[in-house]
Design a protein around this ligand. Structure first.
Ligand code: GDP
Ligand code: MG
Length: 363
């Protein structure tokens, strides 16, 4: 899974990125480079470690990962001025989710491109840039599509045109595409365009250390954005979390407790991302490797098999399924089987969060 971090310049995008990944990328100052910083983080999930160490006893344990991409700043007018280059936009169109970092911290030494700190205005300006970027894609496709339809009447092309006309109307009214209802076919077509405003968006309100007490109030001020379909928000004190990311695990826990922060930014962001994307985790294991997999809720056993190996999808016979906790209690597959705790499921079985799957297949 890929998550793209966007926002105005100097709002703390790279600081958030460092807090999440511990990558230590350079913060402050306009980055001259056009490409995004990229780093993968392991999804913190004790279940895969428990299964790996106590049940499968495999030398290799592979947690799920999320790749974070830290983009250069987008400011008001960026799209119109053609500042976002093709490669960058292309990269952004491929991400599964957008994290929009919004500045709430006050610090005279850090410039603000709009001259003042105003989260509501900044959320609106960035959203408008994303809307304009999508509108360009829609316009370009519509103009070639019209010619294609003139040359050859094709119902599939007409359906695509109708969809894009609807998109255009929404974007003209500054409505993000997230808010439109698409049929499964429309969803498939729209996915090919990688519309930025169709992607789920997590707003990260970057608050200062001195604003921890005000966090709830500050979140309240942006509620009308965060309560929209496909949106969510969390407050993060990025600068503090960046420092925490440099600490050893037990030191970090101690520090978080002292500051009254509870969970780390990484944990909170990953949880929020999973909820927003409606993701679940399932597991596989044998004597060689224990592994966590991320899938959309509603994924069927045969599709889950396909994530592991295409042969498993093609030759799918059945899945043997057990909840991770039950397997941990039994201690082994053979014990679980003896106790009748392994369920036999067919290819349409909807995989549940925490399932351990053993796929039987034949090719
Ligand atoms: N005081 C304060 N400064 C911050 C905070 N987050 C980021 N900064 C500073 O703001 C500047 C810009 O941060 P950076 O992460 O590079 O922003 P980006 O341009 O959005 O990637 C850096 O000097 C950071 O140290 C914060 O929560 N509080
Ligand atoms: Mg940066």
């Amino acid at each position: 899974m890929q998550v793209g971090i966007v926002g105005l310049p100097y709002v703390g995008k790279t600081t958030v990125f460092n807090a999440l990944t511990g990558a230590g990328a350079e913060t402050g100052g306009f980055s001259a480079k056009k490409s995004a910083n990229v780093a993968a983080v392991k999804v913190p999930d004790e279940r895969v470690w428990l299964l790996g160490e106590k049940v499968f006893k495999s030398p290799k344990i592979t947690p799920a990962t999320i790749e974070y991409l830290d983009f250069v700043g987008i400011s008001r007018g960026s799209v119109e001025r053609g500042e976002l280059d093709r490669a960058l936009l292309g990269q952004l169109r491929d991400v599964d989710e957008i994290v929009h970092v919004v500045r709430a911290f006050r610090d005279e030494s850090v410039p603000h491109v709009e001259g003042s700190v105003d989260p509501v205005r900044d959320i609106e300006s960035l959203e408008l840039e994303l809307i304009l970027a999508d509108a360009q894609v829609v316009e370009n496709r519509l103009s070639t599509l019209r010619k294609e339809i003139q040359a050859k009447k094709d119902p599939a092309l007409e359906r695509e045109r109708d969809l894009l006309e609807r998109c255009r109307e929404a974007l003209e009214n500054e409505v993000p595409l997230r808010e439109l209802e698409f049929s499964p076919e429309e969803e498939r077509i729209s996915r090919g365009f990688g519309f930025l405003t169709r992607k789920p968006m997590l707003i990260v309100l970057n608050i200062g250390e001195d604003q921890l007490e005000e966090a709830e109030e500050l979140m309240g001020e942006i509620e009308r954005f965060t309560s929209r379909p496909g949106c969510a928000a969390i407050p993060i004190c990025a600068k503090l979390e960046e420092e925490i990311a440099q600490l050893e695990e037990d030191e970090a826990e101690e520090f978080l407790r002292e500051m009254g922060l509870g969970e780390s930014a990484l944990n909170r962001m990953i949880k929020a991302s999973y909820e927003l994307l409606d993701l679940i985790t399932f597991f596989t294991g044998n004597e060689r490797e224990t592994r966590a997999w991320t899938a959309r809720r509603g994924t069927t056993a045969v599709k889950a098999a396909g994530m592991i190996h295409s042969d498993m999808e093609r030759g799918f016979i059945r899945a043997e399924v057990i909840n991770w906790r039950d397997l941990l209690e039994c201690g082994s597959y053979s014990k679980a089987r003896q106790e009748g705790k392994l369920r036999i499921e067919g290819k349409d079985y909807v995989v549940q969060d925490g399932d351990v799957l053993l796929i039987r297949f034949n090719v």
